[in-house]
Design a protein around this ligand. Sequence first.
Ligand code: NAP
Length: 230
Amino acid sequence: MKKTILITGANRGIGFALTKLCLRKDLCVEACCRNPDNSHELNNLSNNNPHLNITKMDVTSSKSILKASENFKNEIDILVCNAGVNNGKGDIFSDEHNENAIMEVMMVNVGGPFLTIQNLYKNLNKKTISKIVIISSLMGTQTHISNNAPIYRASKAAANNLMRTISNHFLNDNIIVSSYHPGWVKTDMGGANADISTEESATGLINHFLNLQKSDSGKFFNYDGKPLPL
Ligand SMILES: NC(=O)c1ccc[n+]([C@@H]2O[C@H](COP(=O)([O-])OP(=O)(O)OC[C@H]3O[C@@H](n4cnc5c(N)ncnc54)[C@H](OP(=O)(O)O)[C@@H]3O)[C@@H](O)[C@H]2O)c1
């Protein structure tokens, strides 16, 4: 029986690379994105592919997530909370860090995984071990010494903390909850000068997702599987 992976923000960047790779690895993909009609690359991928199901979903809205869940074809074995925004790379005094920008980044990067997991718990495959992964960032680690992107960093620190809390909630269940740094990746967010391609990031991530053990729950990993400090 094929495993099913759900990916949020599946239309571009790391989410799209994960989608392509999962199909190549013979997984079924529930690909969720805000605007399926404009997601041309994703739609091209789905032509004649019965293992890819595209669904409209905004991770900041419970209503949107619940509506999306009515369209899923399969129970979920791996739930990937990938959707994210970084709308402020400057320091504390940068104009980028206004109320609206702060609310958006916190709502997408923290509220998004929270609402996705809260509303899609019912769709997890409970007959076997299921996995929840949050795509976080090394920028959220508490041991850093940088002074830029304060709100994005705080949002990813909170995403890691959320991962710990939810992993504790499912301590005695067949559910593994972990978070990942995808690397510095060449995407719209990471920019052209980033270290690695989306394919390299996705390859490392998927290999580790598939091998996650219960003892990995509550932990933060690099895309190549190395443990990272929270
Ligand atoms: N790239 C890096 O170097 C890097 C490093 C560390 C961590 N990360 C993390 O990796 C994840 C993916 O990043 P990326 O580089 O692939 O970014 P990206 O290319 O900018 O793509 C972001 C994705 O998130 C989606 N998204 C944003 N807000 C959403 C919402 N409210 N509901 C649903 N989807 C939403 C976007 O959809 P639309 O197309 O509709 O906007 C898009 O699909 C993010 O969580 C990011 O923080 C990235």
